[in-house]
Structure formats: structure tokens, C-alpha cells
Design a protein around this ligand. Structure first.
Ligand code: PMP
Ligand code: GLN
Length: 382
């Protein structure tokens, strides 16, 4: 008998997204939990992949990603954020945003380093920090607006602080980083050696005429940043697991040392197809409006329920409070909604390392109207 494996993540179970999606499948519930669209992606992009395969683009592309794709991304970044990014040494195509974040953290972290993480936090951040022998230092966002408490950040910074992870639009709250946040961040880290990991996978999913403040726009911040993106969220194909990381050449050089031995290179035909599809700017420029309509449609339907919305200005998600409806903790309440009412959501407590109960659930509104309507009808009964 082999001895059991000494776990590298002894306190980690199965991610809440898999838990809730499996429960939804088991109880045939409507799944507004895990963030993925239930509407179709663009057929033209699928045709593009097929064409690339038929044209014979089926072998490894360059380990940093198809150059044409990286060039198109550099053009897009220049158009959107006026930042000159070099496709050659500042962009690497990755198998999704999660991998980009993991690789960025692995690139910079040494044993016992500390990384500041705002909570609620997307659930891949802390395990990736801990797997690298470093320590996550949680800073709670202020409920119910989920603003960043910069004084709390200042208090946590010390000589071990290696990085800060920021995520805007924010999962799960839908909160956006403001210009004021950016200025405060600049002043806090100006004379430090602190890196930034900026998770911008929802960059285009911004509502209410607000603006996405990409770290790419601010040279003082970008010089120390790994900025992570996902094509899954842009082209409604989360299952393609393709994304990219943008970082200055000196940082990207180290990132690639790790990438070359972990993944080496990503799916070739999809890179050809996306490079071509990126020419159609309206596809990503119209995304905010498209998703905002869904947020508003769902909010309208939810008015007939007792759930109360919190503000969402971006992402796929809106939080709803059930305070006053049930005293149950979020996890129990979310499980009950699946089993007894047929709707799956995500308990926000799953995004905290310290127990936190605000009686809020996360709903994914990146769904067909009929799905959102059917879910709201069931939730009326709660
Ligand atoms: N960051 C956030 C905030 C996310 O919600 C997700 C999930 N899409 C990711 C990163 C990971 O994206 P991907 O599926 O491309 O790994
Ligand atoms: N990012 C998606 C979410 O927040 C899920 C991705 C995953 O299941 N890991 O729901």
C-alpha cells in the first residue's frame, strides 16, 4: 500500500461552481450558478475554427501564441486603452484566464511571500497563492457596496507583500474599480516592489455607461502588472478555455519560462479563428449593452420575488439579498433553492476565506430571456 498523498491544499474541497452545477444537474434545476452563457456563440467563429482545421492549421503554433492573434490583440489594446503593447514580447496566449493568473503568481512568488486579496474573491486566487508556498492576506470589500477599503490595504502592506490581486469588473459583486481607486493604488505602491495581478476577464461586460479602467491604461501600474483576460467571456465560449496575459517584457520573459514547461502552447485552430474574428470590433464593443439588457430583464422579472438586488455594474453576475426571507446561512439556503425550488445560484460565502454571512446569493444573468423568466417564476414561490 502506498501512503496517502500529503495534500498541498489540505483545506480545499471541490470548487463551488462544480458543486452547484452538479447539484443543478441532479435536481434538473435551472442553473444560474456557474458563470456560463446558455445562448449560442457566433456560428461564424465556429466556422472559422473549422476552416482553420481544414486549411491544415492543426500543429503546434509558437509557444507564445499565434503571432497574428497577438498582433490583433495589441491593436485592440491600443484602440481601447491607447497603450503601446508589443505583440512580440508582452502578450502570451494561455489556456484560459485561470491559467494566466496561476502562471503570473507562480512567476513572482517565493516561499512566505504575501499577496493581498480582496474578498469576496474569485476562488482560484488563494489556492494558487498557497500552492506557491506564499500566504494570502484577505482584505474584505465593504458590504453592501463592495468598495475597497484602502486604509485596510495600507495596514496589511509590509516587507513581505509581493503582490495585490485586483479584479474589475468584479466577480461576484459586479463592482467596478473607479478612477479614485486607481489613484489611491498608484500612491500606495509607488515606492514599493509590489506587483499587480489584474484579472480583467469581464473587461467588456460593463454597464450603465461606465468605463472599464484597465491597468493597461496606466504606465506606472502596468510596469509591475500581469493583466489577465479570457476569450471565453468575450465570445460566449467558456468551454474553449483560451485567454491571454499581457505584461511588460521583463515580467513576461519569466512568465514564459514557466508557461513553456507547463502548457507550452494552446489550441491552434481556435487561435487562427479568433485572430480573424477580432477584426469585427462590434462583437466585443456591443457586449456591455447586450449583457446589460439581460441584467435589466432579470431584475424586472425578479421584482415579483422577495429577493432584493444589490448594484451590479459589470460582469455576468448580480447579487441578490434574501435577508428577511430566511435566517439560513447562504450555503444551506442555496442548496434549498436547488432542491425545493429548482434554481441553482452561488452562495457568496464561498468566496471568503473567513466565514462571512451577508445573506446574499450570486445569480448569473448571461442566459436566454426564457431561462431568466422561468427561474424568476420559480423564485416567486420562495
Ligand atoms: N477570473 C474570473 C473573475 C472569472 O470569473 C473567471 C471565470 N471565467 C476566470 C478568471 C477564469 O476564466 P477562464 O475560464 O478563461 O479560465
Ligand atoms: N468563472 C465562472 C464563475 O464565476 C466559473 C468558472 C469555473 O467554473 N471555474 O462562475
Amino acid at each position: 500500500m502506498l501512503p496517502g498523498i500529503k495534500s498541498k491544499l489540505p483545506n480545499v474541497g471541490t470548487t463551488i461552481f462544480t458543486v452547484m452545477s452538479s447539484l443543478a444537474a441532479e435536481y434538473s434545476a435551472i442553473n444560474l450558478g456557474q458563470g456560463f452563457p446558455d445562448f449560442k456563440m457566433d456560428e461564424a467563429l465556429i466556422d472559422g475554427v473549422q476552416k482553420a482545421m481544414k486549411d491544415g492549421h492543426n500543429q503546434y503554433v509558437h509557444m507564445n501564441g499565434l503571432l497574428k492573434l497577438r498582433e490583433r490583440l495589441a491593436e485592440k489594446i491600443f484602440d481601447l486603452y491607447h497603450s503601446p503593447i508589443n505583440a512580440g514580447d508582452e502578450i502570451t496566449i494561455t489556456p484560459g484566464g485561470t491559467y494566466a493568473i496561476y502562471t503570473a503568481l507562480t512567476t513572482i512568488l517565493q516561499k512566505d511571500d504575501e499577496v493581498i486579496v480582496f474578498e469576496p474573491a474569485y476562488d482560484c486566487y488563494i489556492p494558487a497563492i498557497e500552492l506557491n508556498g506564499a500566504k494570502a492576506i484577505p482584505v474584505p470589500l465593504q458590504f453592501p457596496g463592495y468598495e475597497i477599503n484602502w486604509d485596510a490595504v495600507r495596514e496589511k502592506i509590509n516587507s513581505k507583500t509581493k503582490a495585490i490581486i485586483i479584479n474589475s469588473p468584479h466577480n461576484p459583486s459586479g463592482k467596478l474599480i473607479t478612477e479614485q481607486d486607481i489613484n489611491t493604488l498608484k500612491s500606495i505602491i509607488a515606492n514599493s516592489a509590489i506587483y499587480l495581478i489584474s484579472d480583467e476577464v469581464y473587461e467588456h461586460l460593463v454597464f450603465d455607461q461606465l468605463q472599464h479602467h484597465s491597468i493597461l491604461k496606466y504606465p506606472e501600474l502596468y510596469q509591475r502588472a500581469f493583466v489577465c483576460f479570457s476569450f471565453g467571456k468575450v465570445y460566449h465560449c467558456t468551454g474553449w478555455k483560451l485567454g491571454y496575459c499581457v505584461a511588460p517584457p521583463n515580467l513576461m520573459k519569466e512568465f514564459r519560462k514557466i508557461h513553456q514547461f507547463n502548457c507550452f502552447t494552446c489550441n491552434t485552430p481556435m487561435q487562427y479563428a479568433i485572430a480573424e474574428f477580432l477584426k469585427q470590433k462590434e462583437n466585443y464593443l456591443g457586449l456591455g449593452k447586450f449583457l446589460q439588457q439581460k441584467r435589466d430583464y432579470f431584475a424586472q422579472e425578479m421584482k415579483a420575488t422577495r429577493f432584493k438586488p444589490l448594484a451590479s455594474h459589470g460582469s455576468y453576475f448580480q447579487l441578490y439579498s434574501y435577508a428577511g426571507m430566511s435566517p439560513e446561512p447562504e450555503n444551506e439556503f442555496a442548496v434549498k433553492l436547488v432542491k425545493e425550488f429548482g434554481v441553482a445560484t452561488i452562495p457568496v460565502s464561498a468566496f471568503y476565506s473567513q466565514p462571512q454571512q451577508n445573506q446574499v446569493l450570486r445569480f448569473c444573468f448571461a442566459k436566454k430571456e426564457e431561462t431568466l423568466q422561468a427561474a424568476a417564476r420559480l423564485l416567486k414561490m420562495v
